[in-house]
Design a protein. Structure first.
Length: 89
């Protein structure tokens, strides 16, 4: 099963910059357990609209069955780990 973490962000978003190190650390530690996809909402508005992203940062954990969890705002590592585990990572 493929597990994805979509990170909806923008260059001008301050909280997104706070989220980045948390995501980088998570990816380093969990490696191939999930796929991190960074989505710049300014460049990929169609994808942001598809997921109905209205605030940044928005993090969406999904697997082959669809969206498992959605987080809006800076999200702590533990919450992301729980959601990734629930999704099958």
């Amino acid at each position: 099963m493929t597990v994805r973490l979509l990170d909806f962000h923008a260059d001008w978003c301050g909280p997104c910059k706070t989220q980045d190190p948390i995501l980088e650390e998570l990816q380093e530690d969990l490696g191939d357990a999930f796929e991190l996809q960074k989505v710049d909402v300014d460049e990929e508005q169609d994808v942001a609209n598809q997921y109905q992203v209205r605030s940044l940062p928005t993090l969406i954990v999904e697997n082959d069955d669809g969206v498992v969890e959605r987080f809006v705002g800076v999200t702590q590592r533990e919450d992301l780990e729980d959601a990734l585990s629930e999704a099958g990572a």
